[in-house]
Design a protein around this ligand. Structure first.
Ligand SMILES: *[C@@H]1O[C@H](CO)[C@@H](O)[C@H](O)[C@H]1NC(C)=O
Ligand SMILES: *[C@@H]1O[C@H](CO)[C@@H](O)[C@H](O)[C@H]1NC(C)=O
Ligand SMILES: *[C@@H]1O[C@H](CO)[C@@H](O)[C@H](O)[C@H]1NC(C)=O
Length: 284
């Protein structure tokens, strides 16, 4: 005759089994999609490996913060985005040190960051935040060896609200562990078109999946029928000159760092105007 406690133990372990059964395939699926990212950045962390070889590995670094509690001082930034709140990035954003920012190539990438190994500075319980890279944290040559953001340091300068999600204000700087994660964005990729008659500039934002755009192409319908590769001007601002796209319906193709491509056909009508924003197909 089983005692009550052994029955309870049995049902607890049964529900645990069910939980694992349903959970594990989901993890596999999500990780599989973004394996390309992690392959590029993989880093031998024996602890992570032993626990679950399929989960992406955590890197060690540090985090500080900038801007105010309401996010002011973090809008705009070296990626070329505008009002981050309006654009859906919110206050969960970060500036990246020089080696991570890579002259803007990493703009739009998403990271999961947790405070690590600092009982005074970290909030109790291991919490993490997910942030999008929207800015660069430049070296400070006033400081010894250029400060936290100089080469070769990997460093996050978080928007203040993101920092306060994992650490105490008074800590100022905390050790963290971080990893790349897929970006979850609402709606399509946004294209804000700017420029002048034969110079087309496009800000590409709200990109899901890997998040960091590696290449952008544009084409029209009548005169510019072939895809033209755009040049990265800075951050996520792209441009192409020497062709007139005014009066043409516009299509865009975007390739992210994981090698995936998303094509948005005829997202701008032929009467588009500079300053307008158009919505294309996003990565999931
Ligand atoms: C982790 O650190 C290694 C070595 O510094 C680096 O090459 C790699 O890009 C980092 N991973 C991520 C996700 O940034
Ligand atoms: C945690 O911090 C202590 C003191 O700063 C350091 O000596 C130790 O190596 C750290 N542990 C890990 C796992 O990073
Ligand atoms: C568009 O052009 C205006 C005027 O040159 C400029 O102030 C603005 O920052 C540009 N916006 C984008 C998204 O490129």
């Amino acid at each position: 005759m089983p005692t009550t406690s052994s029955v309870n133990a049995k049902s607890v372990s049964l529900s645990l089994l069910f939980f694992l059964y349903f959970l594990v395939p989901n993890i596999d699926h999500a990780e599989g999609k973004f394996r390309a990212i992690h392959r590029q950045h993989s880093f031998p962390n024996p602890h992570a490996k032993r626990r679950n070889p399929k989960l992406s590995l955590w890197n060690n670094s540090h985090a500080t913060f900038y801007g105010e509690a309401d996010g002011s001082g973090t809008m705009g930034g070296a990626c070329g985005y505008g009002d981050l709140k309006e654009q859906g990035y919110g206050l969960q954003t970060t500036a990246l040190s020089k080696v991570m920012f890579k002259n803007g190539e990493t703009c739009g990438a998403c990271y999961e960051i947790k405070c690590f190994n600092d009982t005074k500075g970290c909030l109790p319980r291991q919490r993490s935040v997910i942030v999008t890279a929207t800015n660069s944290c430049p070296p400070n040559h006033q400081q010894q060896s250029g400060g936290w953001c100089n080469q070769p340091r990997e460093h996050f300068e978080l928007a203040q609200p993101a920092f306060l999600g994992i650490a105490r204000y008074e800590a100022g700087i905390v050790p963290v562990q971080y990893r790349r994660v897929p970006c979850k964005k609402k709606g399509g990729i946004k294209f804000t078109v700017n420029g002048s008659s034969d110079l087309t500039q496009v800000l590409v934002w709200n990109v899901g999946g890997a998040g960091d755009v590696e290449s952008v192409w544009v084409k029209g319908e009548k005169n510019v029928k072939l895809w033209r590769k755009m040049k990265r001007k800075w951050g996520q601002r792209w441009e192409t000159s020497g062709v007139v796209l005014v009066g043409e319906s516009l299509s865009f193709r975007v390739k992210t760092s994981d090698g995936r491509t998303s094509t948005s056909m005829r997202v701008a009508p032929n009467n588009w105007r500079f300053g307008q924003t158009f919505q294309g197909t996003n990565f999931n």
